[in-house]
Design a protein. Sequence first.
Length: 87
Amino acid sequence: MGKYIFAGGVRFAVNWRCGCVVSEKAIEEVKSDVCHSCGGPVNKDDLVMLNPPEHILQIYEAKLEEERAKKAAKTRSKKHEFGNHKS
């Protein structure tokens, strides 16, 4: 595993949990549940490709909308649960 410049032919991903950026080649070569940079946890679902192709970008956008909908539903249920009282 070597260091790559962030340009051209090598793709990179960011670990959403810790913020570390790692090349896809490093991810493939060293399959691990530990971040190569900081030692934090890594989950495949937490890796976000930087400058992704269009089809991957659409997947990310759909996941983002799903997360926003979940957050809004959670907020609405909390307001309903507590009655949205004003003091």
